[in-house]
Design a protein around this ligand. Sequence first.
Ligand code: AR6
Length: 171
Amino acid sequence: MIEILRGDITKVKADAIVNAANSSLMGGGGVDGAIHRAGGPAILEECKKIVEKQGRCETGQAVITTGGRLPARFVIHTAGPVWRGGSENEAAKLASCYRNSLRLAVDNNCKTIAFPNISTGIYGYPKKEAAEIAIKTVSDFLSKSDRIEKVIFVCFEEENARMLEQFLNSK
Ligand code: AR6
């Protein structure tokens, strides 16, 4: 089941929320900054350990940490692609973010997971194209696995919510 919500993902009580992070995993602005601020220092501590052990989180990949003080149990950090006009495999990389985050959620027995609109802020991905990829990739995943009960798209911006609803309804 897919749900579309308006609001702040740091307030969402899902088993896992996804962070639109960057490859360094050291925090940043946008939703990344909001998640680290609300969740507290335990999240960054785990990110540092992950980087020490396995290096940076390449674009399209995902890693999992505690949710710290957040209502969510886990944070899944994924590095979205920077939009460079569409010729650098951005679409495939963005789809990988959604797919790898869902796989990690399943591996950690999460039944509910919330996503922000990855790459559509600071990374400049066109919102409509990103919404289409998000709905398609998540729907495909859910049609092949029954381990996830609910995926929530949490939209900070009205426009993103509208576009996701359009693609969801036209499926
Ligand atoms: N809850 C839900 N969505 C939010 C929130 C929030 N609290 N805050 C912002 N958004 P962005 P990116 C939306 O820029 O484009 C960081 O510095 C926002 O409106 O957060 O993937 C990282 O460290 C937009 O729709 O992420 C990276 O360096 C969406 O979240 C870089 O930004 C994504 O916007 C990643 O850029």
